[in-house]
Design a protein around this ligand. Sequence first.
Ligand SMILES: Cc1ncc(COP(=O)(O)O)c(C=O)c1O
Length: 282
Amino acid sequence: MQVYLNGAYVNSEDAKVSVGDRGFVFGDGVYEVTRVVNGKFFRENEHLARLREGLAGLKIHVKDSVLEQIPEISRELIKRNHHTEGEAAVYLQVTRGSAWPRTHTFPDPPVKPTVYLSSSPFTPHTRLHQTGVDAITVSDIRWTRCNLKTVNLLPNTLAKQQAKDAGVNSAIMIRDGVVTESPNANIFGVKNGALYTFPATNYILNGITRQAVLEVAEDLEIPVYFNPIRLDELFDIDELFFSGTTTDIQPVTVIDGKPIGSSQPGPIVKSIQKGYNKLLYT
Ligand SMILES: Cc1ncc(COP(=O)(O)O)c(C=O)c1O
């Protein structure tokens, strides 16, 4: 497998990043994951726009000329790795770069950011989209800049591991008594035919898939309320589902061992899945 690192295509085992890299030392970087279907990048411009927002949020300065090369690099990468047919995912990570000695403040003068891309084959979780998944509620222990897609994913990995240890698929994160998101997806609830989701504030990542779901909902004339679901009303809702680049639209049928609605994927999530698949695959 070939990866792209700082201007060169190299075999993945030969790709080396310095121990002084601030991504390694401080988690000082951002990332994006983009789906690719038969060589077509899904919502690429939206991912690139969010990447720019993340870089601006962390004050990492990457030259426009470098950012503008990303679509071309991504295409070259999937060509080299034979991912131009079928499904693939392209991972992109940018860190502030490598600096020595270790100091919390940014390197002065600034160093060259580390730019890394890889591609891998992707298999959608088709069976789980049909059956739905189970989850547990966990405390959302993240910081208050969750709108930035940073590589600081420790609260997310801890929550996902907690779910795995509990023998379930994923976690529903709760902050101040309301549902925010899952460790790697946004969350929608359904009540009386309407969608409810956490507003796009600094407490969630405004998912590209979430935005596609909103488009599908508008198309289907499904009302959307940007109101968070309270923990005390979670078990009264009719349906719940995750949305994410690698999750797609995934019904959640059981939470903390208790059924959501009929404990089967409901009609609204099925219609959203259909609309989303149309966007992704055509
Ligand atoms: C915390 C979190 N929320 C939401 C999402 C979904 O975002 P997207 O639809 O852009 O993949 C992700 C994806 O990785 C995520 O990590």
